[in-house]
Design a protein around this ligand. Sequence first.
Ligand SMILES: Cc1cc2nc3c(=O)[nH]c(=O)nc-3n(C[C@H](O)[C@H](O)[C@H](O)COP(=O)(O)OP(=O)(O)OC[C@H]3O[C@@H](n4cnc5c(N)ncnc54)[C@H](O)[C@@H]3O)c2cc1C
Length: 230
Amino acid sequence: MEVRLLAHTPEPDAIVAASARICYSNITSGELLQGEEENLSQKLIANLFTSGHLSTFEHVSFTFGIDGLSRVASHQLVRHRIASFSQQSQRYVKMSDDVVIPPSVKANPEALSLFQEQADSAHDAYKLLTEKFNIPKEDARFILPHGHATNLVMTMNARELHHFFRLRLCRRAQWEIHELARKMLILVREKAPVLFAKAGPSCIFGKCEESRSCNQPYRDMEELLTCSKN
Ligand SMILES: Cc1cc2nc3c(=O)[nH]c(=O)nc-3n(C[C@H](O)[C@H](O)[C@H](O)COP(=O)(O)OP(=O)(O)OC[C@H]3O[C@@H](n4cnc5c(N)ncnc54)[C@H](O)[C@@H]3O)c2cc1C
């Protein structure tokens, strides 16, 4: 899977701090971005986060290009309703034979051989249906494996990203969406280090909220950012 940050609101940390400042001071929007003090913005954003004044986080968005994600994971991803998606169409695009192979399958040579055989067979059938029988792509796609790879563009604002990281970076999250979330967090921290100084599942904030806890809280952000389930 490849994840790229395609675009983002310029100066995300400053915009969130400015949007909070308009709530608490007698200044016009024209003055908001002038003379910002970085340490004050950091404190302000930390307070917004802990107090739950999170509408301020909605003013900045991040657009990701995601390639080679399985349809299994993209189905979970599009359940996040406060995001915008544009996904490669299986009605209009002729599908390749790319399939995502889970690590558990890769680790077992016999299982891997079975998996590949079945995936190849499905892709061969797709090819025959479209080329030999002239079945429309939108119908032939029914035979494709659930693990078939897809490409999409997705935009989330910073509030939704925090919510997404909370759910999907939990150690108990499914491995592929966990890996996607981990890569996204690394990318957004480069552009908005204050906004995402801390992000992730509840254990990173001190207390696990999972009903079935893994009992392995992340030690710190470094462990969270390097912990791949892939
Ligand atoms: C570990 C795990 C297991 C899961 N298992 C299943 C499963 O077995 N079956 C299944 O179907 N799904 C499952 N899901 C998906 C889950 O139910 C959610 O659809 C998904 O996580 C998106 O979360 P969300 O609705 O909070 O987020 P978003 O859609 O991103 O919304 C963000 C927040 O906005 C608010 N919001 C959004 N829409 C509404 C609304 N219509 N009304 C009120 N508030 C709203 C809520 O506060 C919500 O938390 C699972 C998710 C996880 C993380």
